[in-house]
Design a protein around this ligand. Structure first.
Ligand code: ATP
Ligand code: MG
Ligand code: MG
Ligand code: MG
Length: 562
């Protein structure tokens, strides 16, 4: 590829609204450009990396025996109503109506679509087991899109679904995917852990998240310093979290005020009570005020409490505002019941408070990065609940450390949740209809690209691992107008391409300083500089990762690169 006409615009300055390194570098190296919040274009260089990761994922899926298909992004509301997730998924689901006023969603995930597909296509146990996957754009109206393509609203995901006749079969399908995921992230040269996200009632490991250990991760992982043990702290130290939060709980009082119907009454009550309250929150539900009083000084996890306060500047809100607040801020999903809505709100406010502190993963109260029905079905906390930094690892090997992680993949045993809801059955060997036993497996393909950049860079730019580098070689004639340099560079370019190296030839007339700065930013594994010694057929080779430099004769170059 000739750089003079290649669309990879670099930026010298750090873009103001990019908080993390990967986001900054992906913008600066011309890999991506933002179009709207959480919505990005991949420019050619970014696209190449995306495709490389996609290829790794595809190869490992195929190797595990999974079959590739492609499902529509547009999904009819009826399917989601059947599964119960039309309500449950909340505002993250992007919904729209067609010209006939029929409702649709842009797929954030495909359990419904694939279950209904398989329902009509698989009749007998003889067809099973089967694992299907696709690599496709997903849509989620994330509450806080951020860090560039790390948390986008439109992003590329590989999603796979397994179909078995039994739970034992599911275990097997799950293990295959688990192994495939390990291969994928190993090939991407990421420092990752498969994290126990829950050790469920079935005594097995019902769900694992694949986490890249990174300072900017949004989840905290407890892991052993000398074995594979790792657990998501959102699950693991739940007791610790509850202990802490109970202090705060003492300071919360929920008062339902059915007697004080007018706003003025409630306002007067608040005024009178001002001294007692650090903060009072008032919801109006069906014209019925519900008051939440928060007292005392909260030092537990200060930041989150603060966020909670900021999020609840709803002083006197309408029904509509209250439910939309609950939905977007408190993560409360589902209709506010007619009968005991006051209680629900009150309970939820308490749970929210607890969760604002602990982030505990509990039914109806899991608030961070929630996946309705996937995360909600998780209910047990395994054996790791008291885990703390410095503890011996539960597997008897090493000591527990804590570290932040980026969730790049997630494998999950669904069981019969969707097959039962959507009536996807198979006929067993006795001719009896049974619900298909399912698993669901996601990889954030675009997020993985960002995670790779986040973990592989220095002050000058990206340092691509070989396996996903957009080009392997950056070929730079220092002065393209100098005949010997131009001729040698062109001949090397041709030779390398013939040998199937991917080469970016900097055929621009820029100053050397500009070329080298761009080269560091792009971060291709090997830089070959053609300079003054071109007359003797000598070039300079620099390894981006180590900074190692050496001079080589053009005849020795191929051997060196091989
Ligand atoms: P998160 O906890 O980060 O919100 P998730 O648990 O909601 O992710 P899953 O439903 O498990 O995500 O989807 C499978 C994979 O898709 C995730 O492991 C992640 O790698 C990727 N992914 C999810 N949401 C996004 C997003 N908004 N942008 C980019 N990738 C995402
Ligand atoms: Mg998650
Ligand atoms: Mg999420
Ligand atoms: Mg997940």
């Amino acid at each position: 590829m000739r750089q003079s006409t290649y669309l990879a615009p670099t930026l010298r300055d750090i873009p103001a609204d990019a908080d993390v390194k990967s986001h900054q570098l992906m913008l600066r190296a011309g890999l991506i450009r933002q179009s709207a919040s959480g919505v990005y274009s991949f420019l050619p260089l970014g696209m190449k990396v995306l495709q490389k990761v996609e290829t790794i994922v595809r190869e490992e899926m195929n190797r595990a025996g999974a079959q590739e298909l492609l499902m529509p992004a547009i999904q009819p509301a009826e399917l989601w109503q059947e599964s119960g997730r039309w309500e449950a998924y909340g505002p993250e689901l992007m919904r729209f109506k067609d010209r006939h006023n029929r409702e649709f969603a842009l797929g954030p995930t495909h359990e419904e679509v694939i279950t209904s597909l398989v329902k009509d296509a698989v009749g007998s146990y003889k067809k099973l087991p089967m694992t299907l996957y696709q690599i496709q754009t997903k849509f989620r109206d994330e509450r806080r899109p951020r860090f560039g393509i790390l948390r986008g609203r439109e992003f590329l995901m590989k999603d796979a679904y397994s179909f078995d006749t039994s739970f034992e079969g599911l275990d097997e399908s799950y293990n295959k995917m688990y192994e495939a995921y390990k291969n994928v992230f190993t090939r991407c040269e990421l420092n990752f852990r498969a994290v126990v996200a829950d050790s469920g009632a079935m005594g097995g490991k019902d769900t694992h998240e694949f986490m890249v250990l990174s300072n900017i991760g949004e989840d905290t992982i407890a892991y052993s310093d000398s074995s594979d043990f790792a657990a998501n702290i959102e699950i693991a130290p739940v007791n610790v979290a509850y202990e802490k939060s109970s202090e705060a709980l003492n300071d919360i009082e929920i008062i339902s005020t059915p007697g004080k119907k007018s706003i003025t009454d409630v306002a007067a009550f608040l005024e009178a009570d001002k001294q007692r309250c650090l903060k009072s929150l008032l919801f109006i539900v069906d014209k019925e005020p519900v008051l939440v009083l928060v007292r005392g000084d909260h030092e537990v996890n200060d930041v989150k409490i603060k966020h909670f306060f900021e999020a609840t500047q709803v002083e006197l809100a309408s029904d509509q505002e209250t439910s939309s607040w609950l939905e977007t801020e408190a993560g409360f999903i589902g209709p506010v019941g007619i009968d005991n809505k006051v209680k629900i709100i009150a309970d939820h406010a308490v749970k929210y408070m607890v969760n604002a502190i602990s982030g505990a993963n509990q039914k109806d109260t899991h608030l961070k990065n929630v996946n309705p029905d996937k995360d909600f079905e998780v209910s047990s906390y395994g054996d790791f609940r008291n885990i703390q930094k410095g503890d011996p690892s539960p597997d008897g090997q090493g000591t527990i450390l804590f570290k932040e992680g980026i969730e790049v993949g997630h494998v999950f045993k669904l069981g019969t949740r969707y097959s039962e809801a959507l009536g996807a059955t198979f006929l067993n060997d006795q001719g009896k209809a049974k619900p298909i036993v399912m698993g669901s497996y996601g990889i954030g393909v675009s997020r993985t690209v960002a995670a790779i950049v986040e973990e592989n860079h220095d002050d000058d730019g990206i340092i691509w691992p070989n396996s996903v580098a957009p080009f392997q070689v950056h070929l730079i004639p220092v002065n393209i107008k100098q005949e010997e340099q131009r001729v040698l560079a062109e001949s090397l370019y041709e030779k390398l391409e013939q040998q199937h190296f991917e080469v970016l030839l900097d055929d621009r007339t820029e100053r050397p300083g500009v070329k080298f700065k761009d080269a560091d930013l792009y971060g291709l594994p090997v830089r070959i500089t053609v300079g003054k010694k071109a007359t003797d057929g000598i070039v300079e080779v620099k390894i981006r990762k180590t900074g190692e430099m050496l001079e080589l004769h053009e005849d020795d170059l191929l051997e060196f690169l091989a």
